[in-house]
Design a protein around this ligand. Structure first.
Ligand code: HDD
Length: 682
């Protein structure tokens, strides 16, 4: 695939260029620069004799290889990243003095890493899990990291419980199973016995936890942060990334099958979209609450298990991020990037959210073991684009050659430099919030309500979304061996919705709860994916094509696809070129053995007059599977024969027809809809 020219004239890209190296076309050397004459054979005493210790080339090559791996991230090990830029719509200087937000049209280079949370580095990507959405802004005032997830709340309220949460959801220690999944006893035992998790678990059981694409999910900074403007006025702020493609998901059966058919499904989607120039875009929205309004809500703003419903606290869009360049080397960039919610710039500060406060310790600490010492900020991907100077020295892998005698403060030998900068001149100064209290290990009572927003989430879902949540709970709890755990969980979620928990109880064979706490009925329509942006842009259609197809008609459909930004792949029985009845030639992209209906957003069956039994069987399978996953199904020409029966043709999102103009319009509309939940899937 040919790489498109991307925006490359930005400060981070220029900096990275200094570190790039291209080995192709060069002489093979050792790391000492010595040209190597043979890379095939170790040095031996005789052709059949033992290898000699003297073979420095062998030793160097093997030693390097033996040390190629580093510890994977303790969470978010499986991830994929891309470069891009962020552009501000209007100056936000009334809210924050952060320079990268203070000028209309200002562009800042960014690096974004998406991830699953639970699975190991090699695990499948379409598992049920939260997704990480971490962004590093390389600003002129230093790196600002917005380390977000695609779910706006978290499992726990206090960071001290993070190791417990993660121990419970990771594979169980005695048998290291299951991989990349919460569907096991210890996780649900944790949930039932730590009921602050209720709201997050509702999200985790929803379609949000099986995103169709990293490009089609939102991101949330979760905590309340602070914006501080030049006058020193503070506002509490929550950050929201909104995908311009909307929020779309897989269905669970499909997600599980993709995990086997293409464990790289999400990264491939991101990589290919960027290579094709379909740059993913996310708008950055902020929710702002004046400090004096902190106590005006029926939830605590410092509680990370609560959203600020956008109907109550509207989201103001302040800029857009475009991801437009893939990495050159996944290890050097994606694996070595080190995010930290504590990487802030003047104008952005923390709240006292106890989850955030604990995170401020954990992230640097984890990089010390993962990246091998305190100099990870010197790794090219982590370097700020502005200069950095201080008296820190030495340590493993120090790259900088600090000149001079002085590495302490205060000093006279270097004129007391490097010297601090006053706040007025851009030095970071912590917001002087007045705090008082006793030292105490306790949580505010205002953190006690665990179910109002869990119930609000449920109440805000459409019927298909509710059905999926019940199915997800039933799957996950059905995998728990301990009946007592199943029972504790349904009793717990009776507090979110009694009928929901009764249905789950029935599905998993435990006694249904008879009552839950009574909660004021609230909804937030923005939570339902039914109300998301819908567009056919970048959707991928699998086209089933056989020899002697109608070339003219196909061309008409493909032209309309192109116009609407819909992608396609030609699927047939064998690789090579297919000839249409009018001589049109189409290259086959995939065969029935190299791809699968679960890997497409829609299936379009065209066929051709000459079809053998195997083709007909596969055609019917592709259609049936797409149909069962509520995807758009289009069929024209001989392709119509593979629709099971006339009943199927009447179902929503199943488009057939002989008038290609009408067919294409209807099919594109069906693709735009994403899934057709009203379909009768038997
Ligand atoms: Fe975390 C990684 C997001 C709570 C401790 N976290 C990590 C990543 C993301 C998040 C996106 C991957 C970054 C990357 O791609 O390299 N984490 C969150 C969000 C949280 C959250 C949105 C709740 C609001 N995390 C959280 C807590 C703690 C941690 C409460 C510990 C007190 N997180 C870590 C970590 C990781 C991490 C162990 C593992 C790898 C890393 O940091 O660099 O330090």
């Amino acid at each position: 695939m040919k790489r498109k020219p991307a925006f490359d004239e930005n400060s981070k890209n220029r900096q990275l260029e200094e570190f790039r190296t291209d080995d192709s076309g060069k002489d093979l050397t050792t790391n000492q620069g010595l040209k190597v004459s043979d890379d095939e054979h170790s040095l031996k005493a005789g052709v059949r004799g033992p290898t000699l210790m003297e073979d420095f080339h062998f030793r160097e090559k093997m030693t390097h290889f033996d040390h190629e791996r580093i510890p994977e991230r303790v969470v978010h090990a499986r991830g994929y990243a891309a470069h891009g830029e962020f552009e501000v719509y209007e100056s936000q200087s009334h809210l924050t003095k952060a320079k990268f937000l203070s000028e209309k049209g200002k562009k800042t280079p960014v690096f974004v890493r998406f991830s699953t949370v639970v699975g190991f580095r090699g695990s499948a990507e379409t598992v049920r899990d939260a997704r990480g959405f971490a962004t590093k802004f390389y600003t002129e005032e230093g790196n600002y990291d917005l380390v977000a997830n695609n779910i706006p709340v978290f499992f726990i309220q206090d960071a001290i419980k993070f190791p417990d949460l993660v121990h419970s959801i990771k594979p169980e220690p005695h048998n290291e199973m299951p991989q990349a999944s919460g569907a096991h006893d210890t996780f649900w035992d944790f949930v039932a016995n730590n009921q602050e998790s209720a709201h997050m678990v509702m999200w985790l059981m929803s379609d949000r936890a099986v995103p169709r694409s990293f490009r089609m999910m939102d991101g949330f900074g979760v905590h309340a942060f602070r914006f501080i403007n030049e006058e020193g006025k503070a506002h509490l702020v929550k950050f929201n990334w909104k995908s311009t493609l909307g929020v779309h998901s897989l269905v669970w059966d499909e997600a599980q099958k993709i995990a086997g058919k293409d464990p790289d499904f999400n990264r491939k989607d991101l990589y290919e979209a960027i290579e094709k120039g379909d740059y993913p875009e996310f708008e950055l929205g902020v929710q702002i609450i004046a400090e004096e309004d902190e106590h005006k809500f029926d939830f605590d703003l410092l509680d990370a298990t609560k959203i600020w419903p956008q109907e109550e606290v509207p989201i103001q869009m302040i800029g857009k991020m475009t991801l437009n360049r893939n990495v050159d080397n996944v290890f050097a960039e994606t694996e070595q990037v080190a995010f930290h919610p504590g990487h802030v710039v003047p104008g952005i500060d923390f709240s006292n959210d106890p989850l955030l406060q604990g995170r401020l310790f954990s992230y640097t600490d984890t990089q010390l073991i993962r990246l091998g010492g305190p100099n990870f900020h010197e790794i090219p991907i982590n370097r700020p684009v502005c200069p950095f100077h201080n008296n820190q020295r030495d340590g493993y892998n120090r790259m900088t050659i600090n000149k001079g005698q002085v590495s302490y403060h205060n000093n006279s030998l270097a004129g007391n430099t490097p010297s601090p900068t006053s706040e007025a001149d851009g030095g970071f100064s912590h917001y002087q919030e007045k705090v008082e209290g006793r030292k105490i290990r306790a949580r505010s009572e205002s953190f006690d309500d665990h179910f109002t927003q869990a119930a609000m989430f449920w109440n805000s879902m459409s019927d298909p979304e509710k059905k999926h949540i019940i199915e997800a709970f039933s799957f996950e709890l059905g995998k728990c061996k301990e009946i007592s755990i199943r029972k504790q969980v349904v009793d717990m979620f009776a507090n979110a919705d009694l009928k929901m928990s009764q249905q789950i109880a029935k599905n998993i064979g435990v006694e249904a709860p008879m009552s839950g706490v009574s909660i004021p009925e609230k909804t937030s329509p923005a939570l339902s994916q039914e109300n998301t942006i819908k567009t056919p842009m970048t959707r991928k259609v699998g086209i089933l094509l056989a020899p002697d197809f109608n070339g003219e008609d196909l061309k008409q459909v493909l032209d309309s696809f192109k116009e609407k930004g819909v992608k396609h792949e030609i699927i047939s029985e064998m690789q090579g070129i297919l000839k249409g009845s009018d001589g049109t030639e189409m290259k086959v992209d995939e065969t029935f053995s190299t791809t699968d209906p679960v890997l497409y957003d829609a299936i379009y069956a065209v066929g051709g007059p000459i079809i053998n039994k195997k083709f007909a069987k596969e055609g019917a399978r592709y259609i049936a599977e797409a149909f069962d996953h509520y995807k758009p199904v289009g069929a024209t020409h001989e392709g119509k024969k593979w629709l099971h029966n006339s009943e199927m043709r009447k179902q929503p999102g199943v488009i057939t027809g002989d008038d290609m103009g009408m067919f294409t319009d209807a099919f594109l509309e069906a693709i735009r809809e994403h899934r057709h939940w009203k379909r009768n899937v038997g």
